[in-house]
Write a protein that binds this ligand. Structure first.
Ligand code: SF4
Ligand code: SF4
Length: 360
């Protein structure tokens, strides 16, 4: 488990266990859930539609053996069912706001009963943007529930009537892989349910989503030119694990995602001019477009790299990057290449110039 998340979760659970600190625990939990939800938002906003029904770890045993769409569905269907049908005894958001039709499925269960291709087929049915809207509403509704709880509510247990009410919703499949959930939840107190499914369940599935998306990015980048349009090397980029490159549909470059169409202006400009990258452009020196906007922290570093590619080619550029990483400890190239493109170019040249071009 992500160490930072595991530590936060440990702290929250410890605070929730004591009458004097449970309120602080709830506040921290709501804040933590917001942080975790940002990961879902990042994936939903940055990845292409087809990414949500792919299962790159189909043969794995863990939580990553699902799809991105299924993971969102599963986390929030469970939360909606537990928060509304079990704890509050009122109507789930799913039905109150007619989500089955809007998301595009007749399924109302948690999805535990689905296997292999059933998961990919089911995922392909779902309208991910509506699913995301549903997830957000469930999160907000549960946050309200959490904030409304008194210390004594945390010890509340469930009885046979609660169990029957839950079973009667038919939101938990009667198949072996799913039906155990009813007993599992009903044996817990409200405090136990806060631990699972309102916190730990999120962590394990969101971590799995990160593994799925990282793998999809890796697959997308396979065989694709590793040089970004602006001059960065995707192979050496500190975001490389999360980004599928600006040359694929899996581009989640943090700069590109700032634009409504999620396309970096430099990538768009190169495509428009039919250029392989800014390093082929005559206007490179004076260009202030997109990533080269003067007040952008990485502008000079990107330009220095594009200038190097123009002078020495991509092969030499990838080599100089390897050597730069061996020589210096850095994440972003601007930490080394600085804020002046000419000086950045000189630094790259001081590290490596291909032999035939080397002057005596
Ligand atoms: S952020 Fe830019 S340089 Fe980094 S991997 Fe994505 S496209 Fe490549
Ligand atoms: S004008 Fe600027 S952004 Fe466009 S291709 Fe040339 S260098 Fe790149």
């Amino acid at each position: 488990m992500n160490r930072d998340w595991a530590e936060k979760n440990r702290k929250i659970q410890a605070l929730l266990n004591k009458k004097d600190t449970y309120r602080e625990g709830i506040d921290l939990l709501v804040e933590f859930r917001g942080e975790l939800f940002e990961q879902i938002a990042y994936i939903v906003n940055g990845f292409p539609k087809e990414a949500f029904c792919r299962m790159p770890f189909a043969d794995a045993k863990g939580y990553q053996s699902k799809t991105l769409a299924y993971s969102i569905w599963h986390i929030f269907r469970i939360e909606d069912i537990v928060a509304h049908s079990l704890i509050q005894g009122d109507q789930q958001i799913f039905f109150a706001e007619n989500y089955p039709d809007r998301i595009g499925t007749h399924r109302i269960t948690t999805g535990n009963e689905l296997q292999g291709e059933q998961i990919t087929d089911f995922s392909a049915e779902l309208d991910v943007s509506v699913l995301y809207e549903y997830a957000k509403k469930v999160m907000q509704s549960t946050n309200e529930l959490l904030r409304s709880l008194e210390a004594s509510d945390l010890r509340r247990k469930f009885d046979e009537t609660d169990r029957e009410r839950l079973a009667n919703t038919e939101c938990v499949s009667t198949q072996e892989e799913a039906v155990w959930l009813i007993d599992y939840w009903c044996k817990k107190s409200v405090l136990g349910l806060i631990k699972m499914p309102f916190s730990r369940h999120w962590i394990v599935h969101i971590e799995a989503m990160q593994r799925i998306k990282n793998k999809l990015c890796k697959l997308a980048r396979k065989g694709v030119d590793p040089i970004a349009y602006c001059g960065f090397s995707c192979n050496h980029c500190f975001l490389g694990q999360w980004c599928g490159s600006c040359r694929t549909d899996y581009n989640t470059c943090s700069f590109a995602t700032c634009f409504p169409d999620k396309i970096c202006p430099n990538a768009a400009c190169c495509r428009e001019r039919n250029l392989d990258g800014c390093y082929e452009c005559d206007a490179l020196g004076d260009c202030t477009k997109g990533f080269y906007t003067p007040d952008n922290d990485g502008a000079a570093a990107a330009k220095a790299q594009a200038m190097y590619i123009r002078k020495y080619g991509k092969k030499a550029f990838l080599k100089v990057h390897n050597m730069l990483h061996e020589k210096y400890d850095f994440a972003k190239t601007q930490e080394i290449l600085g804020q002046n493109s000419e000086q950045g170019l000189k630094l790259l040249e001081s590290v490596y110039i291909p032999q035939p071009m080397k002057r005596d």
